[in-house]
Design a protein around this ligand. Structure first.
Ligand code: C2E
Ligand code: CA
Ligand code: CA
Length: 280
């Protein structure tokens, strides 16, 4: 009888330990994020990018959000975990699929418009994403230059691989942007070593425009340098008219920020572009 009792206790313990682990897994941030990936619980917001001279919308940046228990979770709260635990590539794929689903027809109709997508380090260590992009765009009859790539310096840790993959994106016709430019330790050396099409001046340098002379000139110096290297400039996080004017007169061609529009749903983005077209 003792053996039976022991066996019963042991299997009871195993079962509860297993259930406990399952609960922890489901309740842990990682468990919930894995669930979200499996269930496709991500949505995309589109923030318009405008030509600073004409104020016309020329494209949008796709910004991912996690729809979690009736709340919208911002990317800063889950992208680092996703990158760390090997979930980011699946999220990148879902963002691209959503862009195609929501704006595919629109992009096919308006050839001058583009959507830029944020990539993470693992996306730039192989051609996996590019190999997914190419046939999908061909099938949807969308030109490669209508999907652009944004990469931060954190993406360049494996510099040799990143360099090769960036070149592959460019060879395939996708313009590549360096994101958050100026915030890392080696922005300048990246600009020298990586061939890119544009850089995005980080919001922190745009914030100080018109506020304090020393730091506001950083934006201006970045623009000068970009112009010398024939790299285009997008200024991010423009909230005030004064910033837009300053950046434009200094030579930045494009801008993005609340002054023009917050990130929008796909139907609202289509309406936003339509309003601009109607006034031309
Ligand atoms: P980011 O690429 O620098 O994106 C710009 C962020 O600035 C967005 O925040 C946007 O909503 C916000 N923003 C734009 N204009 C203004 C403004 O005028 N004022 C202020 N205060 N904020 C403004 P969001 O959407 O929370 O994204 C945060 C970061 O998460 C992004 O920074 C990007 O690095 C990352 N991220 C977003 N979507 C993706 C994605 O699909 N994949 C990856 N790997 N990262 C993503
Ligand atoms: Ca970005
Ligand atoms: Ca940025």
């Amino acid at each position: 009888p003792w053996t039976w009792l022991l066996a019963g206790v042991a299997s009871g313990l195993t079962l509860s330990a297993w259930l406990g682990m399952l609960m922890v897994r489901r309740l842990s941030p990682l468990g919930q994020l894995s669930d979200a990936v499996r269930r496709h619980q991500f949505i995309v917001a589109y923030q318009p990018i405008v030509d600073l001279a004409t104020r016309r919308c020329i494209g949008a940046e796709a910004l991912v959000r996690w729809k979690h228990q009736n709340r919208i979770v911002r990317p800063d709260h889950f992208i680092p975990l996703a990158e760390h635990r090997g979930l980011i590539q699946a999220i990148t794929d879902q963002v691209f699929d959503t862009v195609l689903l929501e704006l595919g027809e629109f992009l096919q109709r308006y050839r001058d418009l583009y959507v830029s997508i944020n990539l993470s380090a693992p996306d730039l260590t192989s051609r996996r994403f590019l190999e997914r992009l190419t046939p999908a765009l061909a099938a949807a009859k969308i030109a490669p230059q209508q999907i652009r790539i944004e990469a931060t310096e954190r993406c360049f840790l494996d510099a040799d691989a990143a360099k090769e993959v960036i070149q592959a994106f460019r060879d395939a016709g996708h313009p590549v942007y360096i994101d958050d430019f100026g915030t890392g330790y080696s922005s300048l050396s990246y600009l020298q070593n990586f061939q890119v099409d544009a850089l995005k001046i980080d919001k922190s340098f745009v914030d100080t425009v018109g506020q304090d002379a020393a730091s506001s000139s950083v934006a201006s110096h970045i623009i000068d340098m970009a112009l010398t290297l024939h790299v285009q400039v997008v200024a991010e996080g423009i909230e005030r008219e004064e910033q837009a004017c300053y950046l434009r007169t200094r030579g930045a061609q494009f801008g993005q920020g609340w002054l023009f529009s917050a990130p929008l749903t796909a139907p609202d983005f289509i309406r936003y572009v339509g309003r601009g077209l109607a006034t031309v």
